[in-house]
Design a protein around this ligand. Sequence first.
Ligand code: 3PG
Ligand code: MG
Length: 410
Amino acid sequence: MPLEGMATLDDVNLEGKKVLVRVDFNSPVSGEELLDDSRIRAHVPTIKELLDKGASIVLISHQGRPGEPDFITLEPHAAKLSKLLGQTVQFVDDVMGPEARKRIKSLKPGEVLLLDNVRFLAEENINAPPERQAETYLVRRLAKLFDLYVNDAFATAHRSQPSIVGFPMVLPGVMGRLMQREVEALSKIFNPKESPKVFVLGGGKVPDSLSIIENIIQNKVADRILTTGLLSELFLVAKGIDLGDKNMKFLERKGILSLVPKARRLLLMGAPIDVPVDYVTLDEETGEVKVEPVYNLTGVIRDIGPATVKMYSELIKEAKIVVMRGPAGVMEDPRFRTGTKELVRAALESGAFTIFGGGHLTAVIEELGMKERVGHISTGGGALLAFLSGKELPALSALKVSASKFGLVK
Ligand code: 3PG
Ligand code: MG
């Protein structure tokens, strides 16, 4: 019963209601240009349903993190959503100040307003328990302008931030259709009959991934974890393998070497973690691309090698459920795309129920023309792994509290 204790759009009356909807519009950008709109697209069904049922909608989202290059205004997102919805999406470059409040108050049924990047507010960048987040200025100033709170931001559901856990403490809170679809599809993973479960993990945010792996292991969710990318480099170093000067220096610069003791602890606990046996490397001086075994690397690691692809593909073939997150290499460069592509292909050909996270893999699935074989593509990255690791996500706990507090579920 994945949705137990939470209310959905089916449990509330929306006619004439002013609704605050937490979405996750956080997208890859270049300057103020959006490079991918799949996260925005994913919220369209929820927004359309709310409009059809006579609500007025205020959308609230973050984009990037303070100090990062993708920490920008949501103005381009409003323009994109207008196109996708086929109706004007109003935008205000304010979150909780007088202008934002005025615009929220004057919004009419059938209208949509997007507030600016909620992480422009210091409060939103702090993780704290729901009761504390309910006391932030953001929640105190905005909550009284609304009848209902809808959380559709599955991809941010692992953050205990005010816009995620504060509002549902003081407003009746329900899940949106995207949140509902994600939770329903991903809950399959907890069925003990669906075994073996193979996780294929790559991509960035290594510290996050490592904490998640710890959970996955504690809760015995995965039978095997196949690592790629930087994560795999970390585990190889933890096993005592020297990846060569250039790669070791890179790991040090990125702060990844400091994670070695933690990775080693996981290995010592008997974690079912697999590592590559070869990589595709680049000699940055000569431009030469080579396949090299992990114990004799001279170039800079760019992708997993063919022997690794073969070994991982065999393991994937046996799986009942495959979860893949993050690319296996620097796939923006076509020379280093093969590893990711072949692992995605192996997963889709395996007959297993497949779960994919992150935009990179979606692009590969489309390239392979195998979309109809996919089990579920999640909008979540960190949230996806946190959910699958068996942790209760703060967003969902808050919605449960809200449903019971406001009598939304029997
Ligand atoms: C994501 O992209 O993973 C979500 O939007 C959450 O962003 P965060 O990791 O900066 O909290
Ligand atoms: Mg994240």
